[in-house]
Ligand binder design. Sequence first.
Ligand SMILES: [Fe+2]
Length: 334
Amino acid sequence: MDYQNVFPLTDQEKNELFLALDKITYDPAGGDAYIHAIRSAMMHYLPHRVSAALGKQKASIKPRPYFILKNAPIDKEVFFSPCPNEYTPSAKSGNISENLLVGISTLIGEPYSMYFEGKEIINNLIPKREAKKEYTGLGFDVELDFHIENAALKHLEQFNVSPMGLLLAGVRRDPQSPMTRISDSRLAIAQLSQEDIATLASPLYSIKLPYRWRQSTQGGREETALVPLISQNHILPDVSAVFYPGMISASTPRAEAALERFYGLIKENAIGIDICPGDLVYIDNRFALHSRDKFTPSYDENDTPLRWVQRVFVSASLWNHRNLNQVEERIFSI
Ligand SMILES: [Fe+2]
């Protein structure tokens, strides 16, 4: 792990931030007044070194691949893990984690959610027995291998709403906690041959659309046309690779071989993070891939899962969402 990407808060900073966040009422729809209040509080109470780094993430053309905030304020008590798609305020003693996620994300870009990921601006990633084999945040029995979130959406002109980044927060920790892994594709690309880079930057691959998008986009098509997986600028690349099964088809043997070598280097260059309560992890989805290990969930005395991670999507602006349905202020559906 590169410690230049890790920002611990002091206990005093944590406590001051807790008090500020505790005064703000969480708005699950992400309304303008709420976003404004939380952004103002963060500017005031977040230490300058942290807000400066977040501002740089937003503005720089050489951004960090990831960013970890440590010793962040957490809710005083978590009573149980709710059903992931239902807003359940009774599960915790307050909304510190939601406010913190929204607050940090507003210093990098604009937070939003897709309705099918959950009905509020913050998504709850909690293992669900019925979803155990799913390649989503609710599955657990399969390794959610390295991917760019919603990679195919980068190639759909009308629906280019692949998030710029993801912000994750630990709410509860499973003792068998799976690692979340992050790989900066720039490190992998620097180790590839020029020929492999040229191949990966050519329109030789088709990427499957995320399952729920297939019916509603591109006339019901299941995958993109042939597209490149890395942009022409491979020093500062935009990447759209997904390595869990069946998501990318290469159209030639050479394209397949380059993809395999890219995958190997993505795995080799990854770092692993155990996302615990008090940790916030930002992943730059433009060029950093992430994965989550397979795991066996543990349950509390109420038979609700001990693993609970929250997530929010961040984009530079919401202009690209104008073709979607706006269910609530910052919640969109297709
Ligand atoms: Fe993901």
